[in-house]
Design a protein around this ligand. Structure first.
Ligand code: ADP
Length: 328
């Protein structure tokens, strides 16, 4: 039986990601279209605790689909991990009769949502929002595609200078324990090599690849280093390589937080819209404790429990194989 949901709130939590605004817009408008009163919570779970919960109408989300970041702001909130913090959050929701909550964020956000939903019977629906693409249940997470576009734009520029000076560049990209950004960036920028957290690449192997390139008249080389790689970050790897391979002048670039910002790609705008639309529709159907995600270009749900506990190897095997072949 369908529940009688009248009020739904939406929040963004954890790391921000491009496409979150497209998702907020879709959540708010899908709710309003279905006659639901919609609320926006500022600064993630912190806003639930400090009662920063505001009504939203269709115009509250006008002209935001192209914006990076999140208009609802985000925060890391330690108080929400305590029983007292959660109870305060619940009281503030109850005072407005809010019975459904859409959370857009990563695994920490989902862990909080699961505990909250189980403790107080709030209906929760998760949307995977993180540039790292590290959640089970969605082939792509919000912001991942835009982050790759940002990275390759930067690498294209670095390649110009690397090539002009015959240089070897080590470029560190984000992703925590996930090499997804690194792998796709490597393929789409034509990098010579990529070091991933999920895959062992020995220093010998890397140096031999670079030597082959130098001996076949490559004038510059780019190595992408995922921030979670076991040999340390780009500075550490560059230092070790330089001790044994000094064919080129060696430079290091850490791309850092610029990878988090920027106007979302068309892919992330559409993904945010699809997942936001689906999240509200799933709540209205009576579903709860689930995450909406994209699998094989179809929107599918996965239980939050499964999304949190089933860690899968997400690197695309054909791309992995291509890194060796296409960089000769
Ligand atoms: P992300 O969602 O990007 O993984 P975090 O790990 O920082 O980011 O989690 C976001 C927020 O989710 C935290 O600041 C906290 O408010 C909430 N959270 C994380 N873990 C828990 C938990 N075990 N119980 C309750 N809330 C949690």
């Amino acid at each position: 039986m369908k529940p009688n949901i009248k009020n739904i709130a939406v929040l963004t939590s954890g790391g921000d990601a491009p496409g979150m605004n497209a998702c907020i817009r879709a959540v708010v408008r899908t709710g309003i279209y279905n006659g639901i009163n919609m609320f926006g919570v500022l600064q993630g779970y912190q806003g639930l605790i400090s009662n920063n919960i505001n009504p939203m109408d269709a115009r509250s989300v006008s002209n935001i689909i192209h914006l990076g970041g999140t208009i609802l702001k985000t925060a890391r909130c330690l108080e929400f991990k305590t029983d007292e913090g959660m109870a305060l959050a619940y009281e503030n929701m109850k005072a407005r009769d809010i019975d459904g909550l859409v959370v857009i964020g990563g695994d920490g956000t989902f862990t909080g949502a699961k505990r909250f939903g189980e403790k107080f019977g709030i209906r929760v629906m998760g949307v995977p929002g993180t540039i790292d693409n590290d959640l089970y249940g969605s082939d792509f997470t919000l912001g991942y595609d835009t982050a790759i576009n940002t990275v390759i734009e930067a690498i294209d520029k670095i390649r110009d200078t690397a090539d002009s000076h015959d240089r070897l560049f080590f470029i560190e990209v984000m992703g925590r324990d996930s090499g997804c950004i690194a792998l796709r960036s490597a393929i789409s920028s034509g990098a010579e090599a990529v070091l991933l957290p999920e895959k062992e690449t020995s220093l010998n192997e890397l140096i031999s690849m670079l030597e082959t390139g130098a001996s076949t008249k490559k004038t510059s080389s780019i190595v992408i280093v995922s921030e979670g790689h076991k040999d340390g970050g780009a500075y550490e790897v560059a230092k070790k390589v330089k001790e044994r391979f000094n064919h080129y002048d060696t430079k290091v670039t850490i791309l850092g937080h610029l990878q988090r910002g920027g106007s979302p790609s068309s892919f992330d705008r559409i993904l945010g819209s699809r997942l936001g639309f689906a999240a509200v529709n799933e709540l209205l159907k009576g579903n709860t404790m689930e995450m909406v995600g994209l699998r094989g270009n179809e929107v599918k749900t996965t239980s939050i429990e499964e999304a949190l506990t089933r860690h899968t190897f997400k690197l695309e095997s054909d791309l992995l194989e291509m890194t060796k072949v296409l960089s000769i």
